[in-house]
Design a protein around this ligand. Structure first.
Ligand SMILES: NC(=O)C1=CN([C@@H]2O[C@H](COP(=O)(O)OP(=O)(O)OC[C@H]3O[C@@H](n4cnc5c(N)ncnc54)[C@H](O)[C@@H]3O)[C@@H](O)[C@H]2O)C=CC1
Ligand SMILES: NCC(=O)COP(=O)(O)O
Length: 349
């Protein structure tokens, strides 16, 4: 590995979940892109490694110490102390502040240029809210607010859709799905779909596909919100009053957009064959399909941030934590994607 390989700050996520063990497992692998530094509690990581019989030596880095080239079996760590000892599968509100501190450290490192990007292991949104961090929604929204920007875009891509235009959808599970709204109660979704938000989201998505995925003129298919995209106004008017006018305006500005299309038939090979990404109106409209196509083989990327951030396609899996059986596939892909994006970012600047 070259000594100037991108530095990736890897947050270890909810301590009671599968994040810590996936990070440890990753570090036993031979081929890793980038110089990885985990952010978390070294004692927790050492305990989890011992429980699972993973031979990983932890090396706490001093402030300002350079992140060394990654070697299998060695995990450099930027230490953050747990507030209370953590046990697999057992959430504890006392450790919510710890999880947020690991995120803050990664954000700070990206801002200061000490890291070229961040990769996040899953956190548990519920326990952070139970701990009193009102308004917490997820990494995506936390990063947006920490960076003081209006909008970012959550996009998940399956492994075969990570690098460029997908030539043939027929029989393929290659899929990129972005979301117009993220972690919002369904009751609030319709009101959140405004022309201003949609325009911002589509511009970020268009730019992100061009910059990071090498698709100069991406074609994006936009889902309707209502069944049958509103059935001409009989099953909802958001398509007529908000989505269509917004798409028409953006087409005049040169974006290649299809829709609004009924979401049920959009996700079929004939429609997917012609497009580079789908914009779904809400979380489960898009992610249920994405996870059906490639759960465990996909990564989550936040577009529109001033730095690279990727994540896994799954949550904390409390039921599996501490057993060493969780699938590492998505973390592997998230790390590879972040390293690739960081290299592209460096080449472009
Ligand atoms: N990037 C992040 O921080 C994410 C966090 N979450 C959070 O995770 C928590 C739990 O969410 P759930 O909806 O239960 O989803 P989940 O992904 O944690 O679990 C859903 C099912 O998938 C299985 N699963 C998850 N990851 C797996 C892996 N790597 N290998 C094998 N099986 C795996 C679990 O055992 C469970 O049966 C929630 O608080 C949610 O908000 C969910 C998605 C992403
Ligand atoms: N289902 C995707 C998800 O919840 C990821 O959220 P985030 O924490 O990465 O914002």
């Amino acid at each position: 590995m070259p000594p100037d390989a991108p530095v990736l700050a890897l947050t270890t996520g909810e301590p009671a979940g599968i994040g810590p063990e996936l990070v440890l497992q990753l570090m036993t692998e031979e081929e890793l892109p980038g110089r990885i530094v985990a952010i978390g509690d070294p004692r927790l990581l050492a305990e989890r490694a011992a429980t699972l019989g993973l031979e990983v030596a932890l090396r706490a880095l001093a402030p300002g110490e350079a992140v060394p080239p990654t070697r299998p079996g060695v995990l450099p760590v930027w230490p953050v102390a747990l507030r209370r000892p953590s046990h697999p599968g057992k959430l504890d509100v006392a450790n919510a502040g710890y999880v947020l501190e690991t995120l803050d450290m990664a954000i700070d490192a990206c801002h200061r240029g000490q890291a070229d990007g961040m990769v996040t292991a899953p956190l548990h949104k519920g326990v952070i809210l139970d701990a009193g961090h009102a308004g917490f929604r997820g990494h995506t929204e936390y990063l947006r607010d920490a960076c003081g920007i209006e909008e970012v875009v959550m996009m998940l891509a399956t492994d075969s859709a990570l690098h460029a235009r997908v030539p043939d959808w027929q029989g393929s599970s290659a899929l990129r799905v972005a979301l117009a709204t993220t972690h919002l109660p369904l009751r609030e979704v319709a009101d959140a779909i405004t022309a201003t938000r949609l325009e911002r989201i589509l511009l970020i998505l268009h730019a992100g596909l061009a910059r990071w995925f090498g698709i100069a003129t991406p074609r994006i298919a936009v889902c309707g919100l209502n069944p049958h995209a509103g059935e001409g106004g009989h099953l909802g008017r958001e398509e007529l009053e908000v989505i269509s006018p917004c798409l028409a305006q953006l087409r005049r500005e040169g974006l290649a957009l299809d829709g609004p299309l009924p979401a049920d038939t959009l996700f079929t090979p004939r429609h997917l064959a012609a497009i580079d990404a789908v914009l779904a109106m809400y979380h489960d409209q898009g992610l249920a399909v994405l996870k059906y196509a490639g759960f465990g083989r996909a990564a989550n990327v936040t577009l529109g941030l001033p730095f690279v951030r990727t994540s896994v396609d799954h949550g904390t899996a409390l039921d599996l934590a501490g057993h060493g059986v969780a699938d590492i596939g998505s973390l592997r892909i998230a790390v590879a994607l972040a390293a690739d994006m960081a290299r592209r970012g460096a080449a472009a600047s």
